[in-house]
Each structure stands twice: as C-alpha cells, then as structure tokens.
Ligand binder design. Sequence first.
Ligand SMILES: NC(=O)c1ccc[n+]([C@@H]2O[C@H](COP(=O)([O-])OP(=O)(O)OC[C@H]3O[C@@H](n4cnc5c(N)ncnc54)[C@H](O)[C@@H]3O)[C@@H](O)[C@H]2O)c1
Length: 371
Amino acid sequence: MTDTPRDIGVGVIGCGNISTIYLTNLTQRFTRGLKTIAVADLMPERAQAAAEKFPVKAMAVKDLLADPSIDLVVNLTVPGAHHEVAMDVVNAGKSVYNEKPLTLSRTQAAELLTAAGTRGVLVGGAPDTFLGGGIQTCRKLIDDGWIGKPVAATAFFLSRGPEGWHPNPVFYYSLGGGPMFDMGPYYLTAMVALMGGVRRVTGSAQTTFATRVANSQHHKGLVINVQTPTHIAGVLDFASGAVGTIVTSFDVWCHSLPRIEVYGTEGTLSVPDPNTFGGPVKIRRAGVDTWSEVPLTHGYAVNSRGLGVADLARALQARRAARAGGALCHHVLDIMHAVHDASLNGRHVDLTSTVDRPAPLPMGLTDGEVD
Ligand SMILES: NC(=O)c1ccc[n+]([C@@H]2O[C@H](COP(=O)([O-])OP(=O)(O)OC[C@H]3O[C@@H](n4cnc5c(N)ncnc54)[C@H](O)[C@@H]3O)[C@@H](O)[C@H]2O)c1
C-alpha cells in the first residue's frame, strides 16, 4: 500500500488588495492536495478581516512562519518586502510563492534561490496568468507549428498609471515599481513561456513626471515623489534568435496598440492580455487576409490567480519543477533590470540568467486540478 501524500499546508502573508482573489481561489477552487490554513499581515486587523471572510485563521507573521502545518507561504506583501519576507519563509524551512516582482534586485533573487536550494525548498512566483487558457492555447498553436518559427514579437503595456484607482498607490512609484517592474512580469513571462529565454537586451527609460497625485479614498491629494522610470522601451534578443520589443508606460493617456503579437515564418499570432487568464486568441496565417479567433484549448480562462501556487504545491508533492518557478521569475527580473541598465549605460546588456520554457499544462484538466 502506498501512502497518500498529505495536503500541502498553505499560509498567506500580506492581506492587501490582491489577497482577496488569491484567498477566494485558494479556499474554493485549489483545494486538491493543498489546504490554505492561515493568513498574516504587518497590520493584524487586515489578517483579521481576511479571516472573517475566508475559512482561514489570522496569525502573527512569526507564528505563521513557525507553524509546522504550513509548508508553503504565499507572499503578497509590497515589492519592497518581497525579499525579506521570502528569506524568512525559506529560513523557516518552507517553500515560498512571491507576488511579482520576485525581489527588488537580482542579487536578492539569487540569494533567495541559493538559500532555497540549500534548504531543499522551492521558490515560485507570479504571474501565473501564462498558465491560463488564453496563453496556453497560444503555446499549443506555436508548438504545433501554426505560425511556423517565431521570428519576432511585440508587447505593449501603456497606461496613465495606477494612482487614479489603487487604494495604496505609493509603491508603484518607488524602487521596484514603475510600469516595467509592475506590469512587465506579465508580458515578459508570457513571452518567455511562448518563445523561450532572452540572451541580451537594450533599451531606453525615462522618468517623465517628477510627482504623481493619488486619488484613492484614503490618500486623495497625496503627492507621490516618482523614484523610478515611468516609460521604458526595450529590445529583447531571444536565445532562439527571435527579436522582441516591449514598451511599458505609466505616461500614456490612450493608444491603439496590441498587447502581445508573435510573428512567425508562416503567420501571426495575437496573444490575449497577459494580465488575464482568458482569450481572445487570434491567428492570421500566411496568404489569409482575415484574422480567425481560435477556440481555447485549455481551461482556467477566468481569473485563476493561485493556479501557480497550486502548481508549486503539486511540484512539491510530485518532486517536479514548478511551472511558475523561481528560475523563470529570476530571468524575468534580470530582463527588466537589464533594460534599465542598458538605458543608463547606453549599450546592449548580456543576461547572465537562463531559463527553459516552463512545461505546458496538459489539456483536459478539470477546474482546480493540476497535473
Ligand atoms: N493590486 C493589484 O491589482 C495587484 C495585482 C497583481 C499583483 N499585485 C502584487 O501583489 C503585491 C501586493 O499588492 P497589493 O495591491 O495587494 O498591495 P497592498 O498594499 O494593498 O497590500 C500589501 C499588504 O502587505 C502587508 N505587508 C507589507 N509588508 C509586510 C511585511 N513585511 N510583513 C507582513 N505584511 C506586510 C501590508 O500591510 C498590506 O496589507 C505586490 O507585489 C503587487 O505588485 C497586485
């Protein structure tokens, strides 16, 4: 008789804006093989409020870290706290799944991955939107040869910034914020999942406005000093030979550009918004003069934040690599920094990190299931 592995116990640190969708999905959909047990926050009333809404207990951060029933911690703190909290988790002998960006600096990311390796625990991180039905369908179309060999790709995230809607917008304009570090992970992770790793980059970055004015209920009128570039244009040389272009901005009122397109030798693929899990996926093959919308081949087409956590929990149980794994997050962080460095230094930057494309999800999974 073989033992059934026990459920992976999950704790969440950071009960702010994004925690609601994680806790909804982790307690209602991703319940096979993992059990979300507890939440914690620097502000105990936030953990308490989450515990009143979801079937989890509120704990102090140090108690959650010491709790032997918790194997995996989801780190939903602000970017400036990602490294410290994740290191505490790993040093407590637990695996960690960070919101994006993985850490502020590449040195911190390398330190985290090394510490996790030494401890025998796993690191993973957001985004997991590339595991959604939209981008998994794109992956299948590329792998099945529908656009031939990808030769180039473009990605555009252009907006006027989050200070108009986000309740606590200050961190978006601090180190580790800005449109590249905030939104770049969605676009770059999707591109790497579709086209593989990047070998070198160049780019230009500028800080257009010195201050921003918050508009949320609690911070209305607060003047935010901008400490990070807010318009960044990057060129990415993929290891495969394809050339990518990415523009991220908090300085643009409106535009009519696509989110992501992949250009192949036999056609073009229109990739859906990588900050969502669904479609539409559109293709236009060589010699055809209209776009066709492709039915999604995979599930998880609704907001499935937490799918990467479920995959990491499964990776722990099955002793396989996590799809939204630390090496992928580290590579994406490396690309984002390298684009900024290239702008500062006026040159191409060779990346030191490498990563393989994460394995595609199999088709036919039921909701809540990960292979
Ligand atoms: N808000 C969104 O729409 C969104 C979407 C996707 C990803 N994210 C990412 O999720 C993360 C959190 O974003 P948010 O919008 O929920 O921020 P938030 O400011 O609303 O919440 C962050 C929470 O973390 C807590 N916290 C900070 N430092 C801590 C520490 N050292 N220990 C324990 N708790 C600590 C804060 O008290 C706060 O409750 C960020 O990395 C962000 O990039 C946010």
